[in-house]
Design a protein around this ligand. Structure first.
Ligand SMILES: [Fe+2]
Length: 190
């Protein structure tokens, strides 16, 4: 109600097309199965805990909620241009592993991958070994990632407006055209 989003139950990972269509219509798909106790800290596929506890609360943030809708609207176009890896990296480093540091505030986490991992959340926010990089749209879209290890880079937003504005006004198609097919940047080196 706060931002006009609704939740739809899905049986697991769904194909990219329907996923983007849900986002474009302010619907967030939430998986209907739950991890076991043994998988408390890490699972390969999203479960209800990851989707609901991780992704849903931040959808009450108006600017981030608008970004997610816009992401759903633009993603298919970027894929059609050959940018599917690049657009996925943007989602990965924001919706899943995003950090934010607003003026006068400590670094905070908002990404769902962090929210649903007790150990990585602590690492990302508190460890001196966590590699924090200032958010830059082009760099994010070019930086590779691994799904089964702690991230070797976390991009830090100065505000949610910076994310939405970069995505709304940035030259996404130009970035895709310049860098598609090129090797990803090493997250340790960005
Ligand atoms: Fe997720």
């Amino acid at each position: 109600k706060l931002t006009g989003w609704e939740i739809v139950a899905v049986p697991g990972l769904i194909p990219a097309g329907p996923f983007f269509d849900h986002l474009a219509n302010r619907r967030f798909p939430v998986t209907n199965w739950l991890r076991t106790k043994k998988e408390l800290d890490y699972i390969v596929e999203p479960d209800m805990f990851h989707d609901f506890f991780g992704h849903v609360p931040i959808l009450t943030q108006p600017v981030f909620a608008d970004f997610m809708q816009m992401y759903g609207e633009k993603a298919e176009d970027m894929i059609a241009l050959g940018g599917d890896e690049m657009i996925t990296r943007l989602y990965w480093y924001s919706a899943e592993y995003g950090l934010i540091q607003e003026p006068g505030q400590p670094v905070k986490a908002f990404g769902a991958g962090l929210m649903s991992s007790f150990t990585e959340l602590q690492f990302a926010v508190e460890s001196k070994d966590a590699h924090h990089v200032r958010f830059d749209l082009e760099t994010v879209m070019r930086t590779g990632y691994e799904i089964d290890k702690f991230q070797r880079a976390y991009f830090v937003l100065p505000s949610f407006d910076a994310l939405r504005d970069a995505f709304a006004n940035g030259d996404l198609a130009g970035i895709v055209a310049r860098f598609k097919g090129r090797p990803a940047l090493d997250p340790s080196m960005v």
